[in-house]
Design a protein around this ligand. Structure first.
Ligand SMILES: NC(=O)C1=CN([C@@H]2O[C@H](COP(=O)(O)OP(=O)(O)OC[C@H]3O[C@@H](n4cnc5c(N)ncnc54)[C@H](OP(=O)(O)O)[C@@H]3O)[C@@H](O)[C@H]2O)C=CC1
Ligand SMILES: N[C@@H](CCC(=O)N[C@@H](CSC=O)C(=O)NCC(=O)O)C(=O)O
Ligand SMILES: [Zn+2]
Ligand SMILES: [Zn+2]
Length: 383
């Protein structure tokens, strides 16, 4: 029986308040309005940004909310005026929308899109309302995706169809972590033949390593406080690994890296979200030309600092979201790279959970041996 045009009651993991475990609830998901798409979510990754928002440290965090933004699913129905996806398409929701019409999209300078970002940040659809209800209360959307629900509604600008041959239980990770790191490295002009340092070897950091290797970076130094990450880093292309807590007393990671690389790195990346690490990542850059790309997300109130002289002498501090990737235009090609075997994705999945046990997935994430936990949303007919 078709569900088109009807409210669907399904299961979702709701964050009722900050700092509390998610609870599995019945949620009513309204049909998509004009320009919207309702998606049956089959699998979702758990990203550190979900954990960060749940912790209450996100200045935009508002509750109650359905978190999740690393999903893969199938289009269940579409509202009027949707021509970029159709019912039955395999899709990945995009937390970085792409409308192709706004000032940002047309600039050719950024993957950020201005079309739905303001309402997305408030946890509502572009018309200012929510499609989710539970226990008689409106529940907020998250990052325009809310993939911790068996059904979700997104803007047509926040979704892309991908090759059906890609298993969604793996390809869901291209909705955030892998694309973020891989895009950040591969879209960095001049990374070929350069020295690169990556701080923080989680899903994002490993993906930066993978991208730097694909671009033939000359030397790729991985930095992490967890020794277990050395093996992971080398597997994904690092030529060197260093644990900054194991340096001789009095030697900072910046001193070490500057010495090791004859004056500093051409490119550094922060994938930790720690503002002190971001400072080290900038100061380890080579005088005159080194560029530091901040990817990690820091808590509300945290600020970065350095001596202005670091910038005066030619280092650049920049940042990127979703790896600078334009989701609707570029993600299908990245999925094809995965299918062609040139981009590793399966290797990132270290843990699995069912939707009912999604809180265990957050525990997995904190255990130190998890790169990504993929949650099965509980559909027996999932391909
Ligand atoms: N800009 C964007 O578009 C995106 C940003 N993010 C952000 O990127 C960051 C990384 O995400 P993800 O890879 O999933 O996170 P992970 O936690 O898996 O990876 C971070 C790694 O950094 C390590 N680390 C912590 N402190 C230090 C330190 N002082 N020096 C070196 N390494 C350190 C951690 O070790 P340990 O495990 O021991 O703590 C961990 O291995 C997060 O802040 C996330 O919110 C994520 C996706 C998109
Ligand atoms: N809402 C936070 C910042 C959170 C943030 O920076 N998010 C990243 C993506 S993290 C993905 O896992 C991002 O894309 N930022 C750009 C954007 O437009 O949101 C805050 O207010 O500090
Ligand atoms: Zn994420
Ligand atoms: Zn736009």
């Amino acid at each position: 029986m078709s569900t088109e045009g009807k409210t669907i009651t399904c299961k979702a993991a709701i964050a009722w308040e900050a700092g509390k475990p998610l609870s599995i609830e019945d949620v009513e998901v309204a049909p998509p309005k004009d320009g919207e798409v309702r998606i049956k979510i089959l699998y979702t990754g758990i990203c550190h940004t979900d954990d960060y928002t749940l912790s209450g440290k996100d200045p935009e965090g508002a509750f109650p909310v359905i978190l999740g933004h690393e999903g893969g699913g199938i289009v269940e129905s579409i509202g009027s005026g949707v021509d970029n996806v159709k019912v039955g398409d395999h899709v990945v929701p995009l937390y970085t929308a792409e409308c192709r019409e706004c000032k940002f999209c047309k600039s050719g300078k950024t993957n950020l899109c201005g079309r739905v970002r303001a309402t997305q940040g408030k946890g509502v659809m572009p018309d200012g309302t929510s499609r989710f209800k539970s226990k008689g209360k409106d529940i907020l959307h998250f990052m325009g995706c809310s993939t911790f629900s068996q059904y979700t509604v997104v803007s047509k600008f926040s979704v892309v169809a991908v090759n059906e041959k890609a298993p969604l239980e793996k390809a869901c990770l291209l909705g955030c972590g892998i694309t973020t790191g891989y895009g950040a490295a591969t879209k960095t002009p001049g990374i070929e033949d350069s020295n690169v340092a990556v701080f923080g070897i989680g899903c994002v950091g490993l993906s930066i390593l993978q991208g730097a290797k694909a671009k033939n970076a000359k030397r790729i130094i991985a930095i992490d406080t967890n020794d277990k990450k050395e093996e992971w880093a080398k597997k994904f292309g690092a030529t060197d690994f260093i644990n900054p807590t194991k340096l001789p007393e009095g030697k900072s990671i910046v001193d070490y890296l500057v010495e090791e690389t004859d004056g500093g790195l051409d490119f550094t990346f922060d994938a930790t979200g720690n503002v002190h690490v971001m400072r080290s990542a900038l100061e380890a850059c080579h005088k005159g030309w080194g560029v530091c790309n901040v990817i990690g997300v820091a808590p509300a109130g945290a600020e970065i600092a350095t001596r202005p002289f670091q910038l005066v002498t030619g280092r650049t501090w920049k940042g990127s979201a979703f790896g600078g990737v334009k989701g609707r235009t570029e993600l299908p090609g990245i999925v094809d790279d995965y299918l062609a075997g040139t981009l590793w994705v399966d290797e990132f999945v270290t843990h699995h959970q069912q939707l009912e046990a999604i809180n265990k997935g957050f525990d997995d994430m904190h255990a130190g041996d998890c790169i990504r936990c993929v949650v099965n949303m509980g559909f027996d007919d999932a391909p």
